[in-house]
Ligand binder design. Structure first.
Ligand code: CA
Length: 465
């Protein structure tokens, strides 16, 4: 299809929403009818991955099209230098109106506030769910209501007031469903009378994994606090019962927050229909990374394991994307900005390190499409979660992870050494990554090939540490 009209872009990103909590990704625990509309009317990516599974770094990658060693946001302790070029600057310099509403989480003040947006209205830091403080173009004030409703109201309001003669990009960034998972009134009692199924890997004892997995402080029954689960557990529960109790408390509030996102995405989709904008608008729903939903007995993210590495990524653009299509082709968060520029017919700048996903979306994936991806988590043994720094490579069949055991000067990293460890997973035989085969003699050649690919990719993206 040849069409040079510049599309509008509505980029909806939530915080910590794992793909396996969306019914279009075959969730076993909830229904998301409005999010499913985007997938049903567009394309679902089954292998979309983040290059560093944590909030601020993923956000910096999505704005710049760069890996974290290039954009400077390696850990939560780093702020973004908003003088750097970004997707919003490229679009704005080429005639787009740009706005960001909701979560920013890349720093505040000179050179850290959002830049190159015609309008921005953000939460300070993580933001609150109820009656949050917000910063509108530098001015802070409290807003009454529930964060997910507020961000949607403001998004619709901004689109409504736009200059109708020019295309726009709106980044609609929800705080939900980030910890501490405070639901709104409407969904407070959802799931009250049922038990949510526990995941298959709920009782992982980490015996098939590196010591890094045992050391992590993300265990449902041990590391969640009163603020997370909102009441003390009943007395007299066995260890197993306590774990199940914590899981139910945690997952229900998490899913209640998602139910509100789903309603609000529905509202935004209806608005685009009513305004006649649906045909001319690329609409994306994604999350800054995945999340452990009791998988391996955990909450949180950070690890390169599947549940945390995978991002939901669904996109609708009726002019170019076939309704109801799906793909297993690799897509990365670093690819998003180039994709938007490609659809907007704007030249892709050299500083961006990803690949436009437009050919995949148009059903024309080139033969030489990316078949491996590079990952790096920098925040070594941070005090709260104690996940060791690591880098790795994933292909369609295998994943190799290297816990290098050092802080290497990254902000928010703890200067404690660990013995380096490797893991290799055969994702065809072991999709839930329960048993590393790194030391299995049958995989000697695979280890060699995967290490070569790891260091090839590491070099190719310019990561020299
Ligand atoms: Ca996040």
């Amino acid at each position: 299809m040849v069409d040079n009209k510049q599309p509008n872009i509505v980029f909806i990103m939530s915080d910590d929403h794992a793909a396996h909590a969306m019914s279009c990704y075959d969730s076993k625990i909830n229904e998301t009818p409005n999010l499913d509309r985007i997938a049903n009317e567009g394309m679902r990516f089954d292998n979309c991955f983040c290059t560093n599974s944590i909030c601020a770094p993923s956000r910096a990658t999505i704005l710049t099209g760069q890996y974290n060693h290039e954009n400077g946001v390696r850990t939560l302790g780093d702020t973004f230098d908003s003088r750097k070029p970004t997707i919003q600057r490229e679009l704005r310099e080429n005639g787009y109106q740009t706005a960001l509403i909701g979560k920013w989480h890349l720093g505040h003040g000179d050179h850290h506030d959002p830049a190159d947006f015609d309008y921005w209205h953000i939460f300070p830091g993580q933001g609150d769910y109820h009656d949050p403080f917000m910063i509108e173009m530098g001015e802070e004030k409290q807003v009454q209501g529930y964060a997910t409703d507020i961000v949607t109201d403001m998004s619709i309001d901004w689109i409504d007031k736009r200059d109708k003669d020019r295309p726009f990009m709106l980044m609609c960034h929800h705080k939900a469903p980030h910890r501490p998972w405070d639901p709104d009134e409407k969904h407070q009692h959802l799931y009250e009378d049922i038990d949510i199924p526990e995941p298959e890997t709920f009782h992982d004892d980490y015996s098939g994994k590196a010591n890094a997995a045992k050391e992590a402080k993300m265990r449902i029954e041990r590391d969640l606090g009163l603020r997370d689960v909102k009441e003390e557990p009943p007395e007299g529960l066995s260890v197993g019962e306590l774990k199940s109790w914590y899981y139910q408390r945690y997952i229900k509030d998490y899913l209640r927050c998602i139910a509100s996102i789903d309603d609000n995405v529905g509202r935004l989709l209806d608005y685009l229909d009513e305004e006649g904008l649906t045909e001319d608008t690329i609409i994306v729903y994604t999350s800054d990374q995945g999340f452990f939903l009791g998988d391996h007995g955990w909450y949180d993210k950070r690890f390169m394991y599947e549940e945390s590495l995978r991002m939901p990524f669904i996109v609708r653009y009726p002019r170019a994307i076939e309704a109801g299509s799906t793909t297993k082709d690799f897509a990365l968060n670093v690819d998003f900005p180039e994709t938007f520029l490609d659809f907007a017919n704007i030249e892709i700048p050299k500083y961006m390190q990803g690949t436009s996903l437009r050919p995949v979306m148009e059903g024309k994936t080139p033969d030489n499409w990316q078949k491996s991806m590079y990952y790096r988590y920098w925040e070594h043994l941070s005090v709260e979660h104690r996940v060791g720094a690591h880098y790795g490579v994933r292909t369609h069949q295998y994943k190799l992870i290297y816990y290098y055991g050092e802080a290497l000067g990254a902000a928010d990293a703890v200067d404690e050494s660990r013995t380096p460890e490797w893991e290799l997973f055969d994702l065809e035989k072991d999709p839930y990554e329960m048993q590393s085969v790194y030391h299995d003699p049958a995989y000697v050649d695979v280890v060699t090939e995967m290490k070569e690919e790891l260091y090839r990719l590491k070099g190719a993206v310019g990561d020299v540490d």
